[in-house]
Design a protein around this ligand. Structure first.
Ligand SMILES: Cc1cc2nc3c(=O)[nH]c(=O)nc-3n(C[C@H](O)[C@H](O)[C@H](O)COP(=O)(O)O)c2cc1C
Length: 183
């Protein structure tokens, strides 16, 4: 059975909006890591039961937030038992800079999935990189390994760019489609 969970941290709500778009596309359950880096009650059991786990975190100081990293370190309990082995994984991040070192964060999420013996789903979209490209095109960021959003540092959650949110939604659809093919 396909059972997808988007587990994410968001300090100020922007990555949460992205998580919601991914979850909408995937038909997934959202699981928020709190400000102390903890999951809600039953969170670990929810992840254990999932066939697919999508990781989401803002990029802070060139990597995942410490709250996400605390969650990742706590997942070593599942790692010891290899209880997440062969699950499907994917990842997304959001930051203020157009580049902003977001790839470092996605690479970290990929390596976390690999440590757990998982299978990784990339973005699977061509980049919008011609002269005719518009900022609100899907995959304007030109990423391949996961979904990226760029939110100007003074933009509210409501001002997040529609193209990035649509990229996240379509990414969720791809993850769910891949999960169904594997199931
Ligand atoms: C502590 C901190 C570190 C940050 N580091 C980066 C960074 O390395 N690169 C970048 O482009 N933006 C950086 N930002 C900007 C955030 O990634 C951006 O504001 C993002 O939208 C925050 O997402 P959130 O609302 O889900 O927390 C940083 C913000 C904070 C608070």
């Amino acid at each position: 059975m396909v059972n997808t969970v988007v587990v994410y941290h968001s300090g100020y709500g922007h990555t949460q909006r992205m998580a919601q778009a991914v979850a909408q596309g995937a038909g997934a359950q959202l699981l928020a890591i709190d400000a102390d880096g903890n999951l809600p009650a039953g969170g670990w059991e929810t992840l254990a039961a999932a066939s697919t786990i999508v990781f989401g975190t803002p990029t802070y100081m060139g990597g995942p937030s410490w709250q996400f990293k605390r969650f990742a370190d706590a997942s070593s309990k599942a790692w010891f038992a290899q209880s997440w082995k062969d699950k499907l994984f994917a990842g997304f991040t959001n930051s203020a800079g157009v580049q902003g070192d977001k790839q470092v964060t996605l690479d970290y999420l990929y390596h976390l999935a690999m440590q757990h013996g998982g299978l990784w789903v990339g973005l699977g979209m061509l980049p919008s990189n011609t002269k005719a490209a518009q900022r609100n095109d899907v995959n304007w960021m030109g990423c391949f390994s996961g979904a990226m959003a760029q939110t100007p540092s003074d933009a509210s959650v409501a001002e997040m760019l529609a193209g990035d949110l649509e990229t996240a939604r379509q990414f969720g659809e791809r993850v769910a489609k891949t999960a169904r093919r594997l199931a």
